[in-house]
Design a binder for this molecule. Sequence first.
Ligand SMILES: [Zn+2]
Ligand SMILES: [Zn+2]
Length: 291
Amino acid sequence: MEKYFKIFLDGYYGYWNYLKSEILYPSWQNYFYWLVGLSLLVWLLEIVFPWRKNQPIIRKDFWLDAFYMFFNFFLFSLIVYNSLSNVFVEAFNDFLGLFGITNLVAIEVNSWPTWGQFLLMFLVADFIQWNTHRLLHRVPWLWEFHKVHHSVEQMGFAAHLRYHWMETIVYKSIQYVPLAMIGFGLDDFFILHIFTIAIGHLNHANIRLTYGPLKYILNNPVMHLWHHAKHLPEGSHGVNYGISLSIWDYLFGTAYIPNEGRDEPLGFEKVEEFPKTFWSQIFYPWLRKKS
Ligand SMILES: [Zn+2]
Ligand SMILES: [Zn+2]
């Protein structure tokens, strides 16, 4: 028990120091400045090439979403979550050790060229995330958490990282074992992380972009706007579940883009009754009135 507590604290202080150095010392390998830089860049694109021309530059919930962005990316993800997950990983390895398993790696990819490892990692992680996202829509108690992300009514880049912190736990827990089996964690490729942030920001941006024929591979703002549409096809739990790639939706028949949908109403039934502030949204899944 003491061992786990120490790992938690080490993780906590380790990441606290890390966060401080991120902010104090800009570099090309620095998440904080990449997030700030990409956000400003995509925001600039929204201002210069707006799709919904009458949407304000500081749209509804802009500052709330900006807060979510830093909370989810740094305060939660890098500090609390990493400390917890170090403990979880250690406990999980101890558990496997009980059965004499010391290594989960099932495919030796270390001998592959870097680009091959990169591609495999990207495809596997994105496919797992696509499945997890479907679960968030289909399992009722998970949907209560995912509603925070879908409570966005005016779409803009900052909505990308507006989500309940439980989503981080759900996504990372589900992908931990499969990724461990191919021998790496998601943070092994800095560039991949930055790429997914850029694509995710663009998916939520107020820009009309579809990437031409690449739309069958890459998720894009037009496709993802329909993911957020208030009115779904009869009997469907959701459409366009793609994170970075759209290919899974085309392969598994969940792609849905009936028209450009520029002014499509967003959210879900009774979205206007959903809590409006950060803490009330965080507590909503536990405190909501059961109906
Ligand atoms: Zn969703
Ligand atoms: Zn979204």
